[in-house]
Design a protein around this ligand. Sequence first.
Ligand code: TRP
Length: 440
Amino acid sequence: MSAITRILTGITTSGTPHLGNYVGAVRPAIAASRRAGVESFYFLADYHALIKTTDPLRVQRSTLEIAATWLACGLDPDQVWFYRQSDVPEIPELTWLLTCVAAKGLLNRAHAYKAAVDRNTQDGQDPDAGINAGLYMYPVLMAADILMFKAHSVPVGRDQVQHIEMARDIAARFNHLYRGEYFVLPEAAIEDHVATLPGLDGRKMSKSYDNTIALFAPAAELKKQIAAIVTDSRLPGEAKDTDDSTVFTLYQAFAGSEETAAMRAAFADGIGWGDAKRKLFERIDAELAPARERYRQLIGQPAQIEAILQAGAAKARALATPFIRELRAAVGLRSLLAVADTGSGDGKRKAAMPSFKQYRDDGQFYFKLVAADGRTLLQSAAHDSPRSAGQCIAQLRGEGGKGLRHVEATGVMRGDAVIGALAEAATLDEVIAALTVLAE
Ligand code: TRP
């Protein structure tokens, strides 16, 4: 089996990328995209940004900076799906479909929302003071991001694991309520040794703590920021603890295991904080300097980045548009004619019929199912003989599409048998509708 794994990750466009984003998301995601058997989806989560800021220039600037960051770090937009969330209107549309199956109680338990409520309670305020409904709905929008593209794996920091679990929960509920395998249930992938990076003050590196180290600041600035990392007051010569040391943890995130072991030994031997920070700067700078230069150039060419994003949106929508069509049909948002066409047979209007077309290619035998409007819906698997292909057609015709299901990695199946593949932009619902017409 050559099953493809789909990996998807997004970064909220509300700030300037920092080392935490790089280590926690950008670097592992790009490494994963280069593995065989992987399809990668990277996007700029600009709808999520609106939850955090009402400053339009900040959203736009951050979008530019984050897009440039991915590209500078080695993303090849031709090899992956790279797009801006708000260029794919199917995502907010899916958000609503999911909103209507998501349990409100599930959203009540979301960490980000609960933390905001707890802060209000502590301050003696109304629990929901200053909390917008976007923060509350955040996990559903994120679920739509993930489920829209049937991602299997989502690389995230530990703080985001709950959101992936919620996406699974919502997906399973939708599949159950609408009786189909519409959504893939995603899993969180955590980089175990460096899931979250500490910031200057030792707490999680985060814009909201104002403790970040900018990813592509000039080298002199990087040095200055590293010098500002909070340490304990042990003197050179005194053994130092690696466990709670921000300097050590950051070093480890950039160093190989040998270098890390050497630094651990240096801590035990009482390396001075100044020396340790210098080594840390050199290690980080060695990894980032080439990308920093590419970043400078890209930031100066917003038109080029915009064009890349537009091409990426078209590529993403090639998947999203037929899928949302299928989902709309599944929940009942569908043309009245779609039902009438399959149900009536009044003979007044001699409608074109779906049909099977058989053909031979390279010694094997195939058929395709063509819709009434001439679009190919289904492309069969290869058969050894015309007889075998014919039997398959007869069975499909006889059963009117009953028992067919679509499995992402294999195609259209009946039981264990692979019937064929959905044609570009066709859905299983359309196949079943066509077969139903033929059976009547
Ligand atoms: N919530 C994520 C963050 O703040 C960003 C994000 C939005 C995301 N949608 C996503 C991450 C989908 C992974 C998958 O970091």
